[in-house]
Design a protein. Sequence first.
Length: 344
Amino acid sequence: MNIILALIIFSVIILFHELGHFLLAKYNDVRVNEFCLGLGPTIFGVQKGETKFSLKLFPFGGACMMEGEDEESADDRGFNNKSVPQRLSIVAAGPVFNFIMAFAFSFILVASAGFDRPVLTKVQEGFPAQEAGLQAGDEIVKLGNKPIHLYREVWIYTQFHADNPVEVTYKRDGKKYEAMLTPQYDEESGRYLFGFYGTTARTKGSFLQTLQYSAYEVKYWICTTVESLGQLIKGRVNINDMSGPVGIVKTIGDTYTEVKSEGLFLIFLNMLNICILLSANLGVMNLLPIPALDGGRIVFLVLEGIRGKRFDPNKEGVLNFVFLMLLMVLMVVIMFNDIRKIMM
């Protein structure tokens, strides 16, 4: 059941990403030769008009293969024969569709279960928050320059910036107050703490609030992904903290096992939350300015628009291939690391 759930989630997210490329390719009159789910040899395929729709052997990944995308083509409908704005819209559509999917799923989640307000439930005695005058019931509205809308944003901020002083803006009885907090090291937990606590219990709101907090939900996962990448670059997290497909399957399985006794509705909400995370994560990762990813192709297209001249497609193709192989090697390393962590 765990693997089936994981395959369904992966397939839906990847298909929607590739659907973005496909629909914008069609809109810009680009010939799509193949639209596939998975990688490797084809196990099933059907030809519909000019496009072959196929299912590949390995269930992770997918592609929207366009005429003239990675090679020269005399076809007027070839990808590389279209204008820079047209090609940019096609390439960017994949990540954009991931963010659209994340928002749609967030709307369902927030409408069903509500949102977690950044309201404090406890202030720990002897810690900076209490000394600065914060109390249970205060609502955090800003940490430094970062606006806060969900309690998870408070929690993730304290994880990434727990050793830095921060100016906290909070509301009490409709009035705003500010306090400077310097985290204090706690021997028991082995972490730096501000000494305030909240809850992830959710509150339901109006239709407009549901729309608003759905956007905040997507923003939370995008910002968390970006901040996690920043921590990786700074060396504060390492490859052992990363998860690939195997680790994600385990997470899905563990989540399902933990909540299955609570009923189908809770299973649905938890799987929905994982879908939001993965969809937003895929959108961000694909926008990284790395050759072989959508972000790398966007960089090439922007530079082409600036200089008014195309890069050598053969050299660009080689660069994309090299980085694709490097990404595959990284995925294999992460996969074996996931397996090692599972077996420990």
